[in-house]
Design a binder for this molecule. Structure first.
Ligand SMILES: [Zn+2]
Length: 350
């Protein structure tokens, strides 16, 4: 558990024990929130699951939707959420649900649960995952380290030679590699992970086929009345690291490809990875210029009326696989933690 994860867990316990988040709610909750999901799948028992935060169980999705509705939240489409940002009014706090990347389990596992709750949702599809040409590098890194006894890497000034025999050695190796690679150039990250996959004799490209919808699946999902499809680039890069022309191409082309494949207008976009190092002022302006009605980050925060003027820099709340309880989600949805994390600012849009 990293420092940030530790702070988050502490925050959940502190607010949960004191009930302070409920007192703060009228000041911190805003109009509602955009929730971010990745995979929805039955829990696995492998001890080494460094990407566990990106995966929740079908049971928890079901419980969270039931509890949210019982607590008075209204489940709305992203278009409806945008309309409420513009008018600055929402009679009940809203939740707009979003699923990233275009996983098979979004259609096969999450959709039946969402449909039972009548919940509209947006799916951000990376066209290269549907094409099987782009890499889910974080999963490839997990699979490679799971298979290797020793992790060796020597690339552009990054040198590692780490034991990876036991679960704790694997955790340590993943942690040691993940941040330096993620923080460095996109190309070095992809080359390094390809090298790990080669050493582990894992076909990285096959992972997109295993986990992600193909075009037939994307088209079927797109035609469900509760679903809106959004763009999520061609190759899932951290856009802020690319030259402006490449970033623009990733955003505009992915929209064009999706519109051609599903025969619908694409109005919404999600920045891959989505933290401040992946999406900032330049990308927010690009999304506006390209004509997206909205674009979401992974910066945590609630939605306030002022976001109507910053619709290409929207925050989201991650429904995190490490905290699959209603108590934790209830604390998040109060908005209270973000006043602490964002040091009292409602908006983080620069
Ligand atoms: Zn993504």
């Amino acid at each position: 558990m990293g420092l940030r994860q530790g702070a988050i867990a502490f925050g959940f316990r502190m607010f949960g024990a004191t009930g302070l988040h409920r007192a703060a709610r009228p000041f911190t909750q805003g109009l509602g929130a955009i929730l971010m999901f990745h995979r929805v799948a039955p829990p696995r028992d492998d001890a080494f699951q460094p990407n566990r935060g990106l995966e929740i169980s079908p049971e928890f999705l079901d419980l969270a939707l039931a509890q949210a509705q019982a607590a008075g939240y209204e489940l709305v489409s992203l278009d409806e959420a945008l309309a409420r940002m513009r008018t600055g009014a929402s009679e009940f706090p809203f939740l707009a649900l979003t699923f990233d990347d275009g996983y098979r389990d979004t259609a096969e596992v999450a959709l039946p649960i969402l449909a039972r709750h009548g919940a509209p949702f947006t799916v951000y599809v990376t066209t290269g995952f549907a094409d099987r040409t782009a890499h889910l590098w974080w999963v490839e890194m997990e699979r490679a380290i799971a298979a290797l006894d020793r992790v060796r890497l020597d690339i552009d000034g990054l040198v590692f030679d780490l034991p990876a025999r036991t679960e704790s050695e694997k955790q340590a190796a993943f942690r040691a590699l993940y941040w330096p690679l993620r923080q460095g150039p996109e190309e070095r990250l992809l080359t390094a992970v390809a090298g790990l996959c080669a050493a582990a004799e894992i076909d990285g490209a096959a992972i997109a086929d295993e986990l992600c919808l193909d075009w037939k699946g994307v088209r079927a999902l797109a035609h469900h009345p509760l679903v809106a499809i959004g763009a999520h680039t061609l190759t899932h890069p951290m856009l802020a690291k690319l030259h402006a022309n490449d970033a623009r191409r990733e955003m505009a082309q992915s929209r064009a490809v999706l519109e051609r494949e599903i025969g619908r207008r694409i109005d919404h976009f999600a920045y891959p990875v989505g933290d401040p190092a992946s999406a900032g002022a330049r990308e927010f302006a690009l999304a506006r210029e390209i004509g997206f009605a909205s674009a979401v980050t992974t910066r945590p925060g609630m939605i306030f009326a002022d976001h109507g003027d910053h619709a290409t820099a929207l925050p989201r709340l991650s429904v995190n696989g490490n905290h699959q309880t209603w108590a934790a989600l209830d604390v998040l949805l109060s908005g209270a933690p973000f006043m602490v994390w964002n040091r009292g600012r409602k908006l983080s849009v620069a």
